[in-house]
Every structure is written in structure tokens, then in C-alpha cells.
Write a new protein. Structure first.
Length: 589
């Protein structure tokens, strides 16, 4: 529901959870402040429970996309990236005439965002459960999405079923205190590792979902990634080597209070404009009465609450706004404790100056998952450019070569955002940090509530993109500049030797975005046996077959008495060695 920043609607129909919290917390706060709850808002036009429409709009009348986005956000609209210089605006049908009358935009299309529950078929969970949990039943809603409680049960079950690989960590409590903030560490020797301190031998990678509660696809990707990793260990050379050398951390749901509100809203009220299906923020009720649904709701936007350029572009001081930044830096426990977790996982690798880059030896990477618009974003979210722009931009485009997303800074391809997870991670610690916006802007799988069947497509697009980010975490600002190596294979040649081959591509950059890096010729390759390059492995040169930006690599190696690892890496004409591709070489006959 559209609400101007000068007014808020009196709370209407809410789920049981929100009603209880509002009654227990919001009204006493208002009374204590000497404010009558009924006097905090005048009803605004269009407050009936209407269908929400996705309007695709483009700037006109001399307005830029970012200026238009900031104007729409300030007016209380729900705004997302629309691609090709356009924006998506969510609002009730009655707001269409208001948008059409504006002189700074033109409405390109309008699509009603409604869940047809008659078309939601229950999905089988078998394909996304790891082998040791096969047959375990986890609660779902809306055709297959797991509930917040199911995520708690699943992560606990993972740690029990895979104690050598998985450890769960409680790192805080939510605003309401009703839910734990949980992280999962997946690595070999997890029972002895996975401590909360940055001084560790292994590289670290963090994947985080559902900081915005309504973005259902994001936690689903974390569920599938956790299942993929535990089942891949010992079966896939890439996964096994990664977990031997990297701690892969996952926070499936940064905002579980909001997630519970969303699942109740979808189940009980569908997706009308006043349904809690649209809950984006946490459940801090603030000090004034807000509406429910799309456009006005209680809570703080956690992705505007981090300690990086806090309170600047793309945020609001109005409590009911969907981009409300809170009362101060990290005012929300979800944000404050997630900041602490990030600091516990990653060393501070930047100097104190704003122009100090993180050094080439920096380890660690982070991806925060959002939906939607098919984007890969990297710091900063505003008009600033980081001193590590070349490495961040190259890594972003490398990942988008897998998922096909548009790549750039938020202000380049979306609109300005400040106080975000990835900006904090880079600015304070020098971490290579990114945001994925999962899902297309239009079509059957668009929006915040795609059918569960769409997750198969999202997984296939994003699995290898995320795994590239985790592999590059060993040294992201240098390795992301080098060629992508793939298809590493070993074929036995007689009883004592094997032929190792791979494909190297320095033009493995996504096609869409701003500032696509210039690719180079691939001029060298090497293979490390038994020890990775960062563990002191000795390289053996590989022959480059062909010339140009895409080449084949090959060499012969000795087979050992036991199966052995091999790490293959390629170098471009500027001297940049890319991430490794890992394979196993069989034992000699």
C-alpha cells in the first residue's frame, strides 16, 4: 500500500505475531511518549486491501534513474531495479493514476502481483536434502518453501548428521527475542574448527540470506548450497578441496522474525496490498503506528542499518518507510550482531584512510542474497568508488559469467544504497563483498513470491557463481583478475602416468553491466600436485594449446601410489593467475 512520508495508516489486519508485538510494545511506547496511537496517522487514499501492481517506469523530463528512484523512495513507494535504465515500482492499482500524472517518469508496463494458490503445487523435498537426512520431513508453506522453524531444525540436523563437516553457532537474538540468529560453518574438521575469531589458517567465505524477509528465494539458495556441500565432500574434487581449505559460513535467515511474519501473511492473507506477505523489515514497532503490507510497515530496513555511510542516499528517517534506516548505526540487534559475526570471521585488512585499498594478499569474501532483478552488485552502493574497484569489478563480472546477471555498483545499475551489508564488510574490513539480486524482473519467475519450482532454475544459475566466489576467497583481488579455469580432467596414460587437461578463459566475464573489464590472452598454465599454491605447492608448467583469450592447457604427470589432488591455474598476458580448478588423479595401477 502506498503511503506518503507525511502520513501513516492506522494498523489494519495483521497476523497474530505482529498484532501481539504491536500490542505489547508499540502502544506503551506511544503512551509513554505522550502520543495517542489513533492520532499518529490520517487515513490515506487507497488503504483498502487491493492487488499490488508492479509498474515498470522510466525517467523522463530530464530526470535520471537515480534521482527518480530517490524521489519515489522518499514518496513511500516500493522501488526495485528494472534493467535498461528503468525501475520497478510496487503499489496498489489505485496508485497507477498518481504515477501516470508524474512528469518525471513514464509508465512502461503494469503487471498485477498476485499469488494464485490454485496453481501452487506441493514440491518434493527429496532433491534438496542431503543423503544422511533423506526422508526427513520439514515444514513448508506456499508450495515448498521451508518455514523459519524448518531452517532451525535443518541446520541442527545437519550438525548432528555431519559432525565432521558442520557446526552451528548462535551469534545473537532477534529484536523480539523470539528467534535466535544462527550461522552454520561447513568445512572439514568442523568439530575442531569454526571458531569465532579471525586468526585462522583457512580462508573464509560467508553466504547470507533473507535479510529482507519477503525475499523467499534467498534462503532457499542457502538451503541447497548447504546440502550440496555436505554431499559433495569426498565425492567432488572441487568441493572436497574447498572444504579442506575454506570455512564456508552460511546465515540462512538474518531476519527470522520477519520471515515468520511473511509466511503467515502469505498463508493467511495472500498478497493483497495490506498483507504481511510484503514484510521487508524486522519487527521493531517504533513509536508511531504504521500500516501493513506493501508501502507501509513496522520495522527497520536492516540493509540500511549497517555502519557504512549510514543515513545517506537510499534511506529514510520515516519509520513506516520500507527503507527506514533506524534510530542510529546498528540500532537493531540483527544488524549489530551480524556486524559482530562478520568482524569475528574476517580480519581487518584495510588501512584507516578512505583511499587505502585492501592489499593483494587479502583473504575472504561475502555474498549477501536478495531478490529480485538479476543483478550482481559490489561496493560502494553510492557514488563513491572503492580503491579496490578493479578487483571487485572483475570478480563481479566473473561471477555473472555463470548466472548472466547485470553487474555494477548499485548507483550504476540500480540506485544509490547506503548502510548495507556488503558496503560495511568492504569499508571496515576490506572484504570482497557482493549482493546478488536473484530472479528476473518479469515473467513467470519474477518478483518476491515466485513459484517454488522456479528455485530449480535459480539454483542452476547461481550455484557455480557462488562457488566461484568461495574459490576466489583465497585471494580475491588478485585471482579474480586472472583467467577462469574449468573442465579440469585427468586421463590415465599407462600404468604410471596421467594426462591433465583444462580449459582457460580470460574472457569469462558476464556480458551485461557497467565497466566490463578488458580480457587478455591466456599465455601460461600450471598444475600443483598434492599441495595448493597457497600451501607451498610446487608448480609444473602446462602446455598452452592454441592462442587467444580462450585456450586449452595440458601436461603429463606421474601417478602416485594413492589418489592425489591436482590444482590447475592459468595466467593472462598481464601476469594475473586466476582461481584454481581442482581434480583428482587416480592411483597408479
Amino acid at each position: 500500500m502506498y503511503i506518503s512520508p507525511q502520513a501513516a495508516t492506522t494498523p489494519s489486519v495483521r497476523t497474530r505475531r505482529v498484532r501481539l508485538i504491536a500490542a505489547a510494545l508499540a502502544v506503551p511506547a506511544l503512551v509513554a511518549a505522550g502520543i495517542s496511537p489513533s492520532a499518529t496517522a490520517a487515513p490515506a487514499p487507497g488503504t483498502a486491501d487491493e492487488a499490488v501492481v508492479q509498474y515498470r517506469v522510466a525517467p523522463s523530463g530530464g530526470s535520471s534513474r537515480d534521482a527518480l528512484a530517490q524521489s519515489l523512495l522518499a514518496a513511500g513507494y516500493d522501488v526495485y531495479g528494472g534493467g535498461d535504465g528503468a525501475l520497478f515500482v510496487h503499489a496498489p492499482a489505485s496508485a497507477g493514476a498518481v504515477l501516470a500524472a508524474r512528469t518525471d517518469l513514464s509508465v512502461l508496463a503494469a503487471n498485477t502481483q498476485v499469488i494464485d494458490f490454485g496453481q501452487v503445487a506441493p514440491a518434493s523435498q527429496d532433491a534438496v536434502l542431503p543423503a544422511r537426512l533423506d526422508g526427513v520431513d520439514y515444514a513448508t508453506f506456499y508450495g515448498g518453501y521451508r518455514t523459519a522453524d524448518a531452517f532451525v531444525e535443518f541446520t541442527e540436523d545437519l550438525a548432528i548428521a555431519y559432525p565432521e563437516l558442520v557446526k552451528t553457532v548462535k551469534y545473537g537474538d532477534t529484536f523480539t527475542g523470539a528467534n535466535d540468529l544462527r550461522a552454520v560453518c561447513i568445512t572439514s574438521g568442523a568439530d575442531a574448527g569454526c571458531g569465532l575469531g579471525p586468526a585462522v589458517d583457512k580462508a573464509r567465505f560467508l553466504l547470507a540470506g533473507q535479510i529482507h524477509a519477503r525475499e523467499l528465494s534467498t534462503s532457499e539458495l542457502t538451503w541447497r548450497m548447504m546440502s550440496y556441500l555436505v554431499d559433495g565432500y569426498g565425492q567432488s574434487a572441487d568441493v572436497t578441496a574447498m572444504l579442506d581449505e575454506t570455512e564456508f559460513w552460511v546465515v540462512p535467515q538474518i531476519n527470522p522474525d520477519g520471515v515468520e511474519t511473511v509466511q503467515q501473511g502469505i498463508t493467511e492473507d495472500g498478497t493483497g496490498s495490506t498483507s504481511n506477505a510484503w514484510q521487508r523489515k524486522n519487527l521493531n514497532p517504533g513509536t508511531i503506528g504504521c500500516g501493513t503490507g506493501d508501502g507501509s510497515q513496522i520495522g527497520v530496513d536492516l540493509n540500511r542499518n549497517f555502519a557504512s555511510n549510514y543515513g545517506d542516499a537510499g534511506t529514510s528517517a520515516f519509520q513506516c518507510s520500507l527503507v527506514y534506516r533506524g534510530t542510529g548505526v546498528a540500532s537493531e540487534p540483527e544488524t549489530d550482531k551480524t556486524q559482530d559475526l562478520i568482524r569475528d570471521l574476517f580480519e581487518d585488512q584495510r588501512g584507516p584512510g578512505v583511499n587505502d585499498p585492501a592489499p593483494p594478499t587479502t583473504r575472504g569474501a561475502l555474498i549477501s542474497l536478495h531478490s529480485y532483478s538479476n543483478l550482481v552488485l559490489f561496493p560502494y552502493g553510492d557514488s563513491r568508488t572503492t580503491p579496490n574497484d578493479a578487483g571487485l569489478r572483475s570478480m563481479g563480472f566473473r561471477m555473472s559469467d555463470y548466472n548472466g546477471y547485470e553487474t555494477g555498483q548499485a548507483n550504476e545499475i540500480l540506485y544509490e544504497v547506503t548502510g548495507s551489508t556488503d558496503d560495511f564488510s568492504y569499508e571496515k574490513l576490506g572484504i570482497a563483498a557482493f549482493t546478488y539480486e536473484i530472479g528476473p524482473g518479469s515473467g513467470a519467475c519474477a518478483g518476491f513470491f515466485p513459484a517454488y519450482s522456479c528455485q530449480d532454475t535459480f539454483w542452476q544459475l547461481n550455484r557455480d557463481a557462488v562457488l566461484y566466489g568461495a574459490a576466489a576467497a583465497q585471494q580475491p583481488y588478485t585471482q579474480a583478475l586472472g583467467p577462469t579455469t574449468s573442465q579440469a580432467r585427468a586421463r590415465d596414460r599407462g600404468t604410471t602416468r596421467a594426462k591433465v587437461t583444462a580449459f582457460a578463459d580470460d574472457d569469462a566475464y558476464g556480458a551485461s553491466g557497467v565497466g566490463r573489464p578488458t580480457s587478455q590472452n591466456v599465455i601460461a598454465g600450471r598444475v600443483f600436485l598434492d599441495a595448493a599454491p597457497w600451501d607451498g605447492g610446487t608448480p609444473k608448467a602446462m602446455t598452452v594449446v592454441g592462442t587467444g583469450k580462450q585456450v586449452d592447457l595440458q601436461t603429463r604427470v606421474r601417478r602416485a601410489a594413492q589418489e592425489r589432488y591436482a590444482w590447475v591455474q592459468a595466467r593472462d598476458a598481464q601476469g594475473n593467475w586466476g582461481p584454481v580448478d581442482v581434480l583428482w588423479i587416480s592411483a597408479r595401477a
